[in-house]
Design a protein around this ligand. Structure first.
Ligand SMILES: C[S@@+](CC[C@H](N)C(=O)[O-])C[C@H]1O[C@@H](n2cnc3c(N)ncnc32)[C@H](O)[C@@H]1O
Length: 209
């Protein structure tokens, strides 16, 4: 029996909780198969779901509703209209990108009062993060077993990997530790907050003044 589970989907609720009230337009950067974009669409008037993978955008188009535009583009050179989004979110994508170039562009695309919410993968930093690494290693199979049991009992997905997971472009190479990312965020997004999460993720939140 596999106790593997989707750590990214586990953090979708954390992202959704940070959406501003009355969210009109949201952008999901690196939307993958569109699962988070579908959830965003229930809370925002319109969602742009952007990914550079043809397979991911085709998968996203199959699962989202009419208020989601699925955009095949590379965020590195995609034109973003200044002050156009109330929320920009991204899960497990920033380590694929040049964060120092992309973060200011995302910040500019937010409306004043908008929020940027990023769940990312940090580089391992055992000296500072040993406790969270050990906790993650111990809890990962426990959570996996619990979700597997819940799947059997309820018939719901409980953070199972999407069928498209096998063709999803992923990278386990993260260039920045949580602390390095926090330093970069402090410089480019003054007032941002970065905290380390369990299961090899961090959370960055920035409210545009
Ligand atoms: C690990 S997957 C995460 C997908 C989704 N956010 C999730 O949580 O399931 C990373 C996604 O980022 C996309 N991606 C990577 N670099 C990108 C870029 N420069 N522009 C747009 N999408 C990108 C990949 O195609 C892939 O779908």
């Amino acid at each position: 029996m596999s106790f593997d589970w989707d750590h990214n989907a586990f953090y979708h609720r954390l992202v959704l909780r940070r959406l501003p009230p009355g969210c009109e337009r949201a952008l999901d950067v690196g939307c993958g198969a569109g699962t988070l974009a579908g959830k965003l669409a229930a809370r925002a008037d319109h969602v742009d779901a952007l990914d550079r993978s043809v397979q991911m955008i085709e998968a996203a188009r199959r699962c989202v509703g009419a208020n989601v535009s699925c955009i095949l583009a590379d965020i590195g050179d995609h034109h973003l209209v200044v002050d156009s989004y109330d929320a920009i979110v991204s899960v497990a994508v920033l380590h694929h990108l040049a964060a120092e170039d992309v973060l200011p562009r995302l910040a500019a695309a937010l409306r004043p009062g908008g929020v940027l919410v990023i769940v990312g993968l940090p580089a391992r930093d055992l000296r500072r993060d040993w406790y969270v690494e050990i906790a993650s290693m111990l809890l990962n199979p426990v959570f996996g077993a619990q979700f597997s049991l819940l799947r059997g009992l309820t018939g719901r997905s409980w953070y199972a990997h999407e069928p498209t997971h096998d063709v999803m472009p992923v990278s386990d190479h993260a260039p920045l530790t949580t602390r390095q990312l926090a330093d970069l965020a402090r410089r480019t997004l003054p007032g941002s907050r970065v905290r380390r999460l369990l299961f090899w993720r961090y959370l960055l939140v920035w409210h545009k003044p």
